[in-house]
Design a protein around this ligand. Sequence first.
Ligand SMILES: Nc1ncnc2c1ncn2[C@@H]1O[C@H](COP(=O)(O)OP(=O)(O)OP(=O)(O)O)[C@@H](O)[C@H]1O
Ligand SMILES: [Mg+2]
Length: 342
Amino acid sequence: MIELRNISKSFSLQKQSFKALDQVNLTVAEGEILGIIGFSGAGKSTLIRCINLLERPDEGQVLVKGMDLGQLNARELARARKKIGMIFQHFNLLSSQTVFDNVALPLVLEHLPKAKISQTVTRLLKLVGLEDKAKEYPKNLSGGQKQRVAIARALANDPYVLLCDEATSALDPATTQSILQLLQDINRRLGITIVLITHEMEVIKAICNEVAVIDQGKLITKGNPEALNADPEHPIIKQFLNPTIMTLPQQLNSKLREVPQDGLFPLIEIQLNGNISFDKLLSLITAGAKAPYKLLKADVTYSGNTNFGKVLLQLQGNTTENATIMQSFHQHNIKNTLKGYA
Ligand SMILES: Nc1ncnc2c1ncn2[C@@H]1O[C@H](COP(=O)(O)OP(=O)(O)OP(=O)(O)O)[C@@H](O)[C@H]1O
Ligand SMILES: [Mg+2]
C-alpha cells in the first residue's frame, strides 16, 4: 500500500545541513496498523509527512497504492492526498466552526451537494460516537472528543490510509485507550491502513501489528512487535521494551544489602521479553524448586500471545533452593538482575 524507497531528507539549520532522514526503506501492507517509535527528534514526523509529500524528500521515491507521488503534478497530488487522511496531537480543529462544520469542511471544499454532505457527516459522527455533539464548538469538547472530531474529518474523503502523528499524546491514559480502540475499529471495519507515530510502547502493544523503530533518521528495524525481542539489547529497543523502573518497597529498601546475610532473601528483577509467559515464570519457581517466594511487583502487558514487562520478586527458600531457581532462570534464558538481599 505504501512504499518508501531510499528516502533521505535534510534540513539546513544555521547554514548547517542536518539529515533528518537517511536512506529509509519502508513498506506498509494494506490493512496494516504500523506504529513508528523513536525518541524525540528521531525523524518520525518528517517520515510520516513524507508519505503525503507534506515534506518532499531530497532523494528517494514515495509510492502510495502504486502511484509515485513525486511524479504527480499539483492537481494530481492534491487528488491523491485526499485519500490520505491525517490527524495530529493537537487536533487542529477550526475553533469558530461547529463540530458538524469541522467534519464537513473537506466535503464542502469538494463542492458536494448539501444533502450528501449532511448524510456523510452524520454517518461519520455516529462512527466516532459524537452524534449528539454536532452543534457544539470545539472549545466545549474534551481532548478525546476533539480527537474524535479530527478523526471523523480525516475520514470524510473516504481515505485508504490514515496517518496519525502522536494522536494520543495529549490525552490521559483512559482517553488514549478509547481513541486507540476507535482507530482499531476503523482499521477493521473500513479496512483503512493506519500509520501512527508514538513514543509510547503501550500504544504499539495495544493496536499495532507492525512496528518500525527509527533513530537519528535511520530505520533501525521493522517487523511485528514480538520481533523487537530479536534485538532486545539495542539501546532504543531496550528503552521501549522496558520503560518501567521498579522501585523497591520502602521497608525493603532500608534493609537492602549487597551481600547475602543470615535471615535476608534475594530480590530479583526479571525482564519479560516475550520469551516466557508470566504464568510459566511463576510455575517454574513453584514447580522447580518448590520453594516459597514473594511476588512484590509485576508490570506485565500482553501483545498478542506474548507478554512484556518487569517482575520483582523475593526468593524465600533456603540457599540451595534459591540457587536452583536462579539456575533455572539461566537455563530458560530469563533475563534477571539481583537487586540485593533484604
Ligand atoms: N522544517 C524543519 N526545519 C529544520 N529542521 C527540521 C524541520 N523539521 C524537522 N527538523 C529537524 O529534523 C529532526 C527530526 O524532526 P522530527 O520532527 O521528524 O522528529 P520527531 O521524531 O517527530 O520528534 P518528536 O518526537 O519530538 O516529535 C529534528 O532534529 C528537527 O529539529
Ligand atoms: Mg514529531
